[in-house]
Design a protein around this ligand. Structure first.
Ligand code: ZN
Length: 302
């Protein structure tokens, strides 16, 4: 059985064909230009793949950048809502796919909820029912599950905009988020690292002070999320988390900040509590597959 997945991002849409084990069989990167062009090319990709393989897809899932409307009762369900990205406000992302494939179940959720679902199905979060997936890259986003369902509410979590105190020795005067002077994304995303140190994070050596400060902000956000949601674990992905030296630094700082307040055997050692994605950089695109399979299972129940 084949499923289609879309990892819809602000710079590219990754469209892919996968199987039920989360294997990526084929993928194509489509630049994010206008919604009309990007969504048309995404639909054409799946049509071409079906034709070339002589096999229909069983479902398609879309893990989209946000903010998105996840309320099935809303007239804007499946839309990106108001976004600073030019042309994309109120783009009907799920509708474009549904209209092209009217017979197929189409799953839709945030990019980070999708990645969290994929980590739950095939990756590092298989044993967890309540957990958080955080991506740290061009932006910061948090998603995941609560008791086996993806996190959503009035809108959906926006953990990248948790407000954090700026550290006194931070060379930045203000974070890079246009909306908030001092938020998680504004202080810890890839662009904030570049602005603070005058060069891209991947060009900084592993022992650069950038990483100690980065771990400081990540640990503060994680501690706050622990206090609100009590997750069974955290999966940290995205390009900044390629800096593997961050993991032990974050764990040590979280332990220090928590100050033994949270009592549970699993928190005695954070090595298996704060972990990299089991799916590596495929967590995002596998999020599309996981949403496709979720939509298929839902369709088979009714
Ligand atoms: Zn912000």
């Amino acid at each position: 059985m084949l499923v289609g997945g879309i990892e819809g991002g602000g710079t590219k849409f990754v469209c892919a064909i996968g199987d039920t084990s989360g294997q990526v069989l084929h993928r194509e990167r489509i630049p994010t230009t206008t919604p009309e062009e990007t969504l048309r090319r995404s639909v054409e990709y799946f049509q071409a793949q079906q034709a070339a393989r002589g096999e229909k897809l069983a479902a398609i899932g879309i893990a989209s950048f946000g903010p998105v409307d996840l309320n099935p009762a809303s007239p804007h369900y499946g839309f990106i809502t108001r976004t600073p990205k030019p042309g994309w406000s109120y783009a009907d992302v799920a509708g474009a796919v549904r209209r092209a494939f009217p017979d197929l179940p189409v799953g839709f959720d945030t990019d980070v909820n999708g990645a969290g679902l994929a980590e739950h199905r095939w990756g590092a979060a298989r044993a967890w029912q309540t957990f958080v997936y955080i991506t740290v890259g061009t932006g910061i986003g948090g998603g995941g599950m609560h008791e086996g369902r993806t996190l959503r509410g009035l809108i959906h979590p926006e953990m990248g905009h948790l407000l954090l105190p700026i550290r006194a020795d931070d060379p930045l005067q203000r974070g890079v988020c246009p909306f908030h002077a001092y938020c998680f994304e504004g202080l810890a995303s890839g662009p904030s690292i570049e602005k603070r140190w005058g060069q891209r994070g991947e060009t900084l050596p592993p022992d650069h002070p950038a990483w100690e400060l980065e771990a400081h902000y990540l640990a503060h956000a994680i501690m706050d999320i622990m206090a609100v949601l009590s997750p069974e674990g955290f999966v940290l992905g995205g390009s900044v988390m390629h800096q593997r030296q961050l993991f032990p630094m974050i764990r040590a700082k979280v332990a220090e900040l928590a100050n033994e307040y949270f009592v549970h055997p699993r928190l005695q050692n954070l090595d298996e509590y704060i972990v990299p994605p089991g799916l590596g950089d495929d967590a995002g695109v596998c999020g599309g597959f996981a949403l496709a399979l979720g939509a298929l299972e839902e369709a088979q129940r009714v």
